[in-house]
Design a binder for this molecule. Structure first.
Ligand code: SF4
Length: 226
């Protein structure tokens, strides 16, 4: 079978590392909140912030919107950049409340069912219009919270793609997303797993300096060592 390189890398990583079981969250709402909190920070810090919100009985759209923003910021402090993230989170919560037509019981649905009937591209544009929600955050919400076939690009995706000659150094988010989306079947489960595998390999092996190519499952596909 003659697989395109990205499908081959995907299958190789899946065989070597096994399924990732992403996203590590209990509900679509938790994914959406986590997608904002994880900007520029490690997931373990996000977990602490999520735990603090839950311990304060503040883990819903209406409960967080009812909090003074200083209190919200204090609860999410472990995730870093907490004042900025509190403002961004508030913007996302306002968006969710609007989408639920101002009905608090609907807005607090952890499955975000009120977003389920919406067209993916329209929803993506609406998310991108929320201040503080960039393409990676919007696409994380679409893919991991709402199960939409939207490929998520991050710094690890870019690094692996450039080092393996799949993209140029100056490739932007949209170009990288297009490269991976075209190469893989348009399937949320495949996009979910492929992004997760790239994050795992990027975090553990494809380091910024001194990548561990000798122990990496993708090492055999490298023509030149980075
Ligand atoms: S660590 Fe080396 S082999 Fe693995 S993805 Fe990065 S560049 Fe490729």
């Amino acid at each position: 079978m003659n697989l395109n390189p990205i499908r081959l890398y995907y299958q190789t990583l899946l065989d070597a590392l096994g399924p990732s079981g992403w996203w590590p969250a209990q509900s679509a709402f938790e994914v959406a909140v986590g997608a904002v909190l994880t900007q520029n920070t490690a997931w373990r810090n996000v977990e602490k912030a999520l735990a603090a919100l839950k311990a304060a009985d503040a883990f819903s759209v209406s409960a967080m919107l009812a909090l003074p923003i200083e209190d919200l910021a204090e609860l999410i402090r472990p995730s870093g950049y907490y004042r900025l993230k509190a403002a961004r989170l508030r913007n996302l919560l306002d968006f969710l409340a609007r989408e639920a037509a101002g009905d608090p019981s609907l807005a607090d649905d952890p499955a975000l069912s009120y977003l389920s009937g919406q067209d993916t591209q329209e929803l993506r544009e609406k998310l991108l219009a929320v201040r503080g929600v960039g393409p990676e955050t919007a696409d994380c919400i679409l893919l991991y919270a709402l199960d939409r076939p939207v490929f998520v690009v991050d710094a690890y995706t870019a690094r692996v793609a450039v080092r393996h000659g799949l993209a140029s150094e100056d490739a932007g988010y949209d170009e990288l997303q297009d490269i991976f989306s075209r190469a893989l079947p348009e399937d949320a489960a495949v996009y979910n797993e492929c992004h997760a595998l790239l994050v795992r390999v990027g975090h553990a092996l494809c380091k910024k300096s001194r990548p561990l190519c000798d122990t990496c499952p993708l090492g055999t596909f490298l023509e030149t060592r980075p």
